[in-house]
Design a protein around this ligand. Structure first.
Ligand code: SF4
Length: 385
């Protein structure tokens, strides 16, 4: 698992970050995913996991610091001197100079407030190494107010409370866990490699350490067959964890995910939008006694208005879901196609004559009917990922 390469091969960036980390500096601590077996996830398939040596990560931090210091100094000098400084800076950044330079300039532009530790599960590294990295980020960039990582529930459940607290004290203040579902049967079917009880223990552990927690829920991941228990079991687990954020990620069957094979063979039947809205509705209706904020911060979700703080906004979110289910079939088709073509983003867009006409034209031109709309929606969603 360890990357034994001694040489630092330049600044690195992994493939993804949560949408909420759009303004964060992406710092690659590990490469790819140590589990890499979830059926719905094709992100790291065929790629080996490795842990970057701590010194390489610290070197990346230094490269960004070098860029930021130069940007600050440039304010004081004239144009020709600035050009010389940029050239010198780029020469000094070594391999992957563009990655370091572009990362730094984007981060500088957005206020340098947060850092996201990539890739799929950086919580797997030795706690002492994590603490050294966190401490160094805080030392080099004292203005940073949030450092975040993805973490796998199974892994986090194994970290001692003491080590997690030490990481929190060193500045790790948010962890994203892809729970996806808490139903044991569905967890087994999607090969998540973790059970409901372990998911609950991991979430509670993060909260105990004083670290903010985002849990992800995937409506539809149990297929049509396990839709109801996917909703109910996940709600039950979330009620026991009370995460700071519950993030909705509607199931998409991507071409590079092993789930695609089950989908093609008919073993996995992806619920249509109506069914997934019903599932999400059931899940939210069953959230009780928690104060989480629900976020619908991904383009794959049908109704972006399903956002709010519990318990205050529960009825508002339920109403948004019921609104869709109350539409007649023709209206639902227009909204589904409008969302999946990105011509509509809000419920109100269904009543916007300009947007409606454009969507109706697409429906007509492509012969979209109630019989074929769900297949076309599936294809369109695949393009979003
Ligand atoms: S743990 Fe996360 S990154 Fe790894 S395979 Fe599963 S979903 Fe993908």
């Amino acid at each position: 698992m360890e990357n034994l390469t001694k040489e630092h091969l330049g600044f690195e960036i992994g493939p993804i970050r949560p949408p909420s980390e759009a303004d964060s500096l992406l710092l690659r601590v590990t490469r790819n995913c140590p589990w890499n077996k979830c059926k719905f996830c094709g992100l790291y398939k065929g790629k080996n996991f490795s842990i970057r040596p701590k010194e390489h990560v610290l070197k990346d931090i230094d490269l960004v610091k070098q860029c930021i210091d130069t940007f600050k100094e440039m304010i004081e000098v004239d144009l020709s001197e600035r050009q010389t400084m940029i050239k010198q800076l780029r020469d000094n950044l070594g391999q992957n100079a563009d990655y370091a330079y572009n990362s730094a300039i984007n981060w500088y532009r957005t206020g340098m407030e947060s850092v996201f530790l990539q890739d799929g599960n950086s919580m797997i590294i030795k706690p002492d190494d994590m603490i050294d990295i966190l401490t160094y980020i805080r030392k080099q960039f004292p203005q940073v107010n949030r450092i975040t990582s993805y973490g796998r529930g199974k892994n986090i459940a194994r970290i001692s409370d003491e080590d997690l607290k030490r990481m929190a004290d060193a500045g790790l203040n948010r962890i994203h866990i892809g729970m996806e579902t808490a139903d044991n049967k569905v967890l087994e079917l999607i090969n998540k490699g973790v059970d409901k009880q372990t998911q609950i223990e991991a979430g509670q552990k993060v909260k105990r350490a004083g670290i903010e927690l985002s849990e992800y829920f995937m409506p539809g991941i149990g297929g049509n067959e396990y839709s109801r228990q996917n909703a109910l079991e996940t709600a039950d687990a979330l009620n026991q964890i009370n995460p700071d954020f519950i993030r909705i990620r509607t199931t998409v069957v991507t071409d590079n995910a092993p789930l695609k094979e089950d989908y093609v063979k008919g073993i996995f039947t992806r619920p249509n939008d109506e069914k997934m809205v019903e599932e999400l509705l059931l899940m939210i209706e069953n959230l009780e006694g928690i104060t989480s904020t629900i976020k619908s911060d991904h383009i794959v979700n049908l109704i972006t208005e399903v956002e709010g703080k519990l318990p205050r906004d529960k009825e508002k979110m339920i109403s948004a879901l019921r609104w869709f289910l109350s539409l007649d079939e023709e209206e639902r088709i227009i909204f589904k196609v409008g969302r999946r073509t990105a011509l509509m983003s809000l419920m109100a867009d269904l009543y916007d004559p300009f947007k409606r006409t454009r969507v109706e034209r697409i429906i007509e031109t492509n012969n979209i009917t109630k019989e074929n709309v769900d297949g076309i929606v599936d294809e369109a969603m695949n393009r979003f990922i």
